[in-house]
Design a protein around this ligand. Structure first.
Ligand SMILES: Nc1ncnc2c1ncn2[C@@H]1O[C@H](COP(=O)(O)OP(=O)(O)O)[C@@H](O)[C@H]1O
Ligand SMILES: [Mg+2]
Length: 324
């Protein structure tokens, strides 16, 4: 399938979207959890599939959806052969409901929707397809829907992340991963501001801020605060409210030492200082050779190595997410 999306990928340049991110109509689904992070290979699919299994084992009806439209492989992490029906059917046919792409995983309480088959070049969806997808997934017969997102900061990926009730950023304790995670959070942050109807009166200032060389001298979120407050104190209060509601979760993957675990706290404090946001560091996953062993066997690590450190750490993260 060719990429018909004319929306630019950001950052930069950022643009205000032509339509708001899909509203979330009331449906059966309690919560949507999304796993993103700027980089490939950081464990997004491992985390998404393991959280989905963990939720299913707690008797929550769960659906895992592969939204890595450029490199779908969640089915393999869940031990499922590439299904006949995938998101491709839903995206290419208006008469095909999302339910028709559901696949049984063989794990009690867990179904999945596999990513697009002919996936090259569909990292971004046209806005109408994206909206349809985000609305329909809320109506699935499930307690939890877990989204496995693709790498990078493509517009669709950021919108999927922002539409979730719980948006997780997976990182490794490595400079390249951390760099990409900041880029991801920054993209989500500006996209959140740009799509917030509460901030319409200062949309022009936000639009200006999206240009990294803008004439107002806005180079950081605190500069943006200054300019918005200067324009209107009421808008400044609104801006603060929108930012306070932006609460990405952070999960450190492949932690080997206490120093690795502590890197998560450093990322948290940098985000507080730079963006003024309270990143929620929900926990870490141990580095565990059980992961690659189960990947080679095309079996979920949660089932292959139930007593592994990895499974213990996944259960801790699930517990922590459910408490909030
Ligand atoms: N906690 C871990 N311990 C050991 N290896 C891991 C761990 N997490 C991920 N890996 C390795 O990294 C690879 C990439 O993980 P994956 O979940 O596919 O990343 P992503 O979806 O972000 O691209 C896996 O195939 C596995 O070999
Ligand atoms: Mg993946």
């Amino acid at each position: 399938m060719a990429n018909q999306d004319s929306r630019p990928i950001f950052p930069p340049p950022f643009t205000l979207p032509s339509a708001p991110i899909a509203s979330t109509p009331a449906g059966r689904v309690k919560q949507v959890w999304a796993v993103g992070g700027g980089k490939g290979g950081v464990g997004k699919s491992l985390l998404a599939s393991s959280l989905a299994i963990s939720l299913a084992r707690r008797n929550f009806k769960t659906v895992a959806i592969d939204l890595d439209l450029g490199g779908a492989n969640l089915h393999t992490t869940l031990g499922v052969d590439l299904p006949r029906h995938t998101l491709s059917d839903f995206l290419s046919r208006h008469d095909h409901s999302l339910k028709n792409s559901l696949v049984n995983t063989g794990i009690p309480n867990l179904e999945m929707i596999s990513g697009a088959k002919d996936s090259i070049g569909v990292a971004n969806l046209p806005m109408d397809q994206q909206t349809r997808l985000l609305q329909e997934l809320r109506t699935l017969d499930a307690d939890y829907v877990v989204l496995d997102l693709g790498a990078g900061t493509g517009a669709s990926t950021i919108d999927f992340f922002l539409s979730a009730d719980v948006g997780m950023v997976a990182i490794l304790p490595e400079p390249t991963s951390i760099e990409n995670a900041y880029r991801f959070i920054k993209s989500a942050y500006y996209r959140k501001l740009a799509t917030s109807s509460h901030l319409e009166p200062v949309a022009a200032i936000i639009q200006t801020a999206l240009d990294p060389n803008n004439s107002l001298g806005i180079r950081s979120p605190s500069d943006l605060f200054r300019e918005v407050n200067r324009a209107s104190q009421e808008a400044g209060v609104r801006l603060k409210e929108v930012i306070d509601r932006f609460q990405p979760r952070l999960v450190m993957n492949q932690a080997r030492t206490q120093t690795d675990i502590d890197v998560g706290f450093s990322v948290k404090s940098v985000c507080r200082k730079y963006f003024g946001i309270d990143l929620d560091y929900v926990g870490y996953l141990d580095y565990d050779s059980a992961v690659w062993q189960s990947v080679r066997r095309k079996r979920p690590v949660m089932l292959e190595f139930p007593n592994s450190r990895l499974v213990t750490s996944i259960e801790r993260v699930t517990e922590s997410l459910l408490k909030k």
